[in-house]
Design a protein around this ligand. Structure first.
Ligand code: IMP
Length: 197
């Protein structure tokens, strides 16, 4: 089964590959298409942004499955920011470490005690026939006091999932893939696909 994934984010790609291991999927990335460029993600929900990405790839690839996801971090003490702006919280083209540093700084200034947070993922899939499917996943946790850990990407070095004392970046990919927002959404997608294989 041919699937085209509308992302350039290596962290997301690696996680999807891990989660779909063993399935007869022929996974392709939007980066393989020279004429494809990422659309502007200007919606105010994860689902609407994922739909924008899925539709932009579907316009080029209409004979295969198309998959897109939008995800991010909501911090309660920051009024649910960075939210849909997670990738560019510290500015357009900001690095992961710049975004992490801004969350730590803003939380220190605005609400050092309320560190409750969650990752959210919305995944939109479009079948070759044009049917649209939406899968959502989230994981609750809190923002750590210190940046810690070497694995993962994005805000993993400051996110401690509920019931744990270490960050996702410290806990490692095997743990993250069991509980993460993305793994929940991707698993639901894979379950749906299995019925069609
Ligand atoms: P998107 O590519 O527009 O969906 O941006 C998602 C952004 O949210 C990423 O660049 C990260 O900053 C953040 N993010 C989403 N999922 C994760 C995750 O699993 N770990 C850490 N950061 C994440």
């Amino acid at each position: 089964m041919e699937i085209w994934f509308a992302t350039f984010n290596k962290g997301k790609i690696n996680e999807f590959r891990n989660l779909s291991q063993g399935l007869p999927l022929d996974l392709h990335l939007a980066s393989e298409i020279a004429t494809y460029s990422s659309p502007v993600e200007d919606a105010d929900t994860f689902e609407a942004n994922a739909r924008i990405k899925a539709k932009s790839l579907r316009a080029i690839k209409d004979e295969a499955w198309v998959l897109a996801e939008d995800s991010g971090l909501e911090v309660d003490g920051l009024d649910k920011k960075p939210g849909v702006y997670s990738a560019r919280y510290a500015g357009d083209n900001a690095s992961d470490m710049e975004n992490v540093a801004k969350v730590m700084k803003m939380l220190r200034i605005r609400s050092p005690k309320n560190r409750k947070a969650r990752f959210i993922c919305s995944l939109v899939a479009i079948s070759p026939e044009g049917e649209e499917f939406v899968f959502n996943g989230s994981v609750e946790g809190e923002i750590s006091q210190k940046v810690a850990g070497q694995t993962g990407f994005g805000y993993d070095p400051i996110f401690v999932p509920e019931g744990e004392s270490k960050t996702f970046a410290d806990l490692g990919p095997a743990f993250k893939n069991k509980v993460s927002h993305r793994s929940k959404a991707v698993r639901a997608f894979i379950e749906m696909l299995k019925d069609r294989l």
